[in-house]
Design a protein around this ligand. Structure first.
Ligand code: AMP
Length: 177
């Protein structure tokens, strides 16, 4: 399956979760095993170029392909979750959203220290979420090997927030508007 075929499976939902936001819904990809396999293969090929010891996936859509990618690469998967979900000792990072703020957490013992981690999520918008995950992975002792997303909303320039962590920023599908 080609990238244009995969991109046709991204559904645009206007005004969700609030007016003015066009939500990129990847559930049609998840419902299509051939498309999901193709996505995973591309993610895997992108990561091959650099050494990665662990995948850090962001709740919740970063868990979907993040876990599969970790399995495919035979490396650990580490969840970054929203406040109050992880049961053991955590590091916390608070960051600003368009309206208000949000908190992400990682288990303090999620990494041994020195691992090169890939931060993975379904979509890069303003970059605040991925940046928070990168800060947490660093706090837990990791080095940022790169970032991977299915979708990048280029017009929100999230990439600029991530470049100070790593130049390796990979996406499958980019939108200019
Ligand atoms: P940001 O921190 O602005 O880069 O937002 C990225 C996070 O919000 C990711 O976890 C995305 O799943 C979610 N997100 C932001 N904008 C959208 C959108 N237009 N469609 C789907 N998910 C989005």
């Amino acid at each position: 399956m080609t990238l244009p075929q995969i991109s046709r499976l991204v559904r645009n939902i206007p005004d969700f979760p609030k007016p003015g936001i066009q939500f990129k819904d990847i559930t049609p990809i998840l419902a299509n095993p051939e498309a999901s396999r193709a996505v995973l293969q591309i993610l895997k090929d992108q990561v091959k170029a650099f050494e990665v010891d662990a995948i850090v996936g962001i709740e919740s859509r970063g868990f979907l392909f993040g876990m599969s990618l970790a399995q495919a690469l035979n490396i650990p998967f580490i969840p970054v979750r929203k406040e109050g979900k992880l049961p053991a000792q955590i590091y916390q990072y608070s960051y600003d959203l368009e309206y208000g703020s949000s908190i992400l957490e990682i288990h303090k013992d999620a990494l041994k220290g020195g691992e090169r981690v890939l931060i993975h999520d379904d979509l890069l918008a303003t970059g605040g979420t991925a940046m928070a995950a990168a800060e947490l992975a660093k706090k837990a002792g990791g080095e940022i090997a790169g970032f991977s997303f299915l979708i990048e909303l280029e017009f929100l320039s999230g990439r600029e927030k991530l470049l100070p962590f790593s130049q390796n920023i990979h996406t499958l599908l980019s939108y200019q508007s």
